[in-house]
Design a protein around this ligand. Sequence first.
Ligand code: RUB
Length: 306
Amino acid sequence: MLEPIRKTAEKIKRLDIQGARNVAIASIEAIETLAKETKARNRKNLLKQLSEAKDILFASRETEPLMRNAVRWVISRVERSSKEKVGELTEIVSSASQLFLKDLEDSKDRIAEIGVRRIRDNSVIFTHCHSSTVTNLLKKAKEEGKSFEVVCTESRPVFQGRLTAKEMLDYGVNTTLIVDSAARFFINQVDLVVVGADAMTSEGNIVNKIGTSMIALVAYEARVPFYVVSELLKFDPVTMYGDYEKIEERSSNEVWENPPKKLIVRNPAFDVTRRDFIHGIICEEGIISPHSIIEVMQRKYPWVFE
Ligand code: RUB
């Protein structure tokens, strides 16, 4: 019964599905499939399957609060319902999943509408890794007829920057790909840095692809505005109660397949960018200061804190 869930979790682990939004979308779709195909005989049985599915998905990647918030919310709709019939409960899973995905899509469009105003004609935009929220914003800017260029990092070790580069070329944007360590070399030639996020903490710090914090430092030193483009639901409520956001460490094979014996190779997937280096977070509620993240979250998504 949990096979579709395991398959999705495997794809997420392998990065066949990458980026926080895509990870959350795939997880919700897998939960919906489970609900459609379940052979659970009663409410208790169904809730047990959903809980097991949740654990498998959560274990696929550690630094994905959007996925956790999404899955928790859908399951909480079932828990809160007083219905007993399995058919009625699986219906709730479907409608909650569809509603969540629609809201996520609306947030993406709203973020693009807001962020596009920060893209000036004839500007050069720097980005890192592959964020679908960022590429959607840049696509909208192109559709609105703005003329700009993109510089993107290749994003070692798995080269997600190539996805960004290909997407930009498809949209007709002049694009330059650079190695990650050339960020300082090129930063004076760009007008704006925009990156995505995997997680946002209660202190307003941002977790994103490894190397993001170095780019933020370089941008700060060069006085180039650095913006994070992110749905608010990447906020992780556990950070408010003292826990640190866990940083996924991936296999060293991604860095060097056959390294010399005894060599230690480390491969953290993400790093933390302190709020002091972030000009603003471009989210569905507008461009906000990282300092106000808790306040905005409490207003817009109070259920996250339950
Ligand atoms: C991707 C990455 C992206 C965020 C945001 O890392 O760091 O910037 O996930 O993406 P990985 P999105 O390739 O390891 O998943 O805006 O699509 O949610």
